[in-house]
Design a protein around this ligand. Structure first.
Ligand code: 13P
Length: 331
């Protein structure tokens, strides 16, 4: 590991007003998003969708990095150019999702633990040879009656820290993603309380495992009421809860916070990020950026519909959402 290289990559991912585009859906997740729109799901449809994304003209003006999936990092454009080469040629840093999914946690109904540590050192070396310069691991924390448990939070934080340490050893910047889910009827205050508890536990574990904070990116949820909570909140209330929570729990040495979108609409995710930067940007120790999947991809996917003749219109929509998020970073 070269600490300076890690710091440079981490800073580049959140530099200026750009952000990260997540396109690392596992095959089952990608297929289910296709199925909802009636798009067939052979491997070539997934490949064609990913080619559409990585060949979007001018994407590199808004996007600093893209997160790929194991299938995608090995794929090529129709003309034979590897995706990784096309991405690098657009001035974008290729990254890779390395967890193998959130699985039911033994003895803890309704809770998940993310797996993928076994053999990770070797997989990271392979991905690094393929051109990846950063990685991602997502832990999911569900809210509900009596959950999350301390066991779930600590086990997931421990796994995130071990993953992050292995990434830095391999020269890859870890994107550390503890996601407190939006599903449920919980209030904004409950989301704030749990998000703070999760972040404090994650940073304690990162410290215990010797992870260099200057060489990672945090990818948290925004603090939001549950999707079925009767009291939805104003943009300002979400911004106050989110920024307040981060200020209490995220050390200043971390170069950037790149939010996931987590089921918010593209417009709301941009509006909330924009308001955070308008109100707080000059006073925060870390950059507030984005690492969205659905909030950038979904409107374009709805236009594409698997139809070759819709590619240009879908790319325009994708670029529009990327530009809105670039504008949100500027505040
Ligand atoms: P969403 O922005 O769709 O939540 O996805 C981000 C991500 O990378 C999930 O792991």
């Amino acid at each position: 590991m070269n600490p300076q290289d890690l710091m440079n990559t981490a800073r580049t991912l959140v530099a200026g007003d750009k952000g990260v585009l997540a396109m690392d859906e596992s095959n089952p997740t990608c297929n289910s998003r296709f199925a909802k729109l009636g798009i067939p799901q052979p491997e070539d449809a997934r490949r064609a969708w990913r080619e559409l994304i990585v060949t979007t003209p001018r994407l590199g003006e808004c996007i600093s990095g893209v997160i790929l999936y194991d299938e995608t990092i090995r794929e090529q454009k129709k003309d034979g150019t590897p995706f990784v080469e096309a991405i690098a040629a657009a001035g974008i840093i290729p990254g890779i999702k390395v967890d193998i999914g959130a699985k039911d946690m033994a003895g803890h109904p309704g809770e998940k633990i993310t797996e993928g540590l076994d053999g990770l050192r070797h997989r990271l070396a392979d991905y690094s040879r393929m051109g990846a310069r950063f990685a991602k691991w997502r832990a999911v924390i569900a809210l509900g009656d009596g959950i999350p448990s301390r066991a779930c939070i600590e086990a997931n934080a421990h796994a995130l820290a071990r993953y992050a340490a292995l990434c830095q050893e391999a020269g890859l910047v870890p994107i550390v993603e503890p996601e407190v889910l939006m599903d449920g009827a919980h209030t904004l205050e409950r989301s704030r309380e749990v998000t703070e508890q999760v972040l404090r536990t994650v940073f304690h574990q990162l410290y215990v495992q010797g992870v260099m904070l200057e060489g990672l990116i945090l990818k948290p949820n925004m603090v939001l009421p549950g999707l079925s909570c009767p009291k939805q909140e104003t943009v300002d209330a979400v911004v106050d809860a989110t920024v307040g929570c981060l200020l209490r729990a995220v050390p200043a040495a971390v170069p950037g916070v790149a939010f996931l979108s987590g089921g918010q609409s593209g417009e709301l995710a941009s509006a909330r990020l924009n308001a955070m930067n308008v109100r707080f940007k000059s006073r925060l120790p870390w950059a507030l950026a984005f690492s969205f999947a659905r909030a950038i991809q979904q409107p374009a996917l709805e236009i594409w519909q698997g139809n070759e003749t819709h590619v240009a219109a879908a790319q325009e929509t994708l670029l529009h959402r990327a530009r809105c998020n670039r504008a949100a970073r500027r505040g």
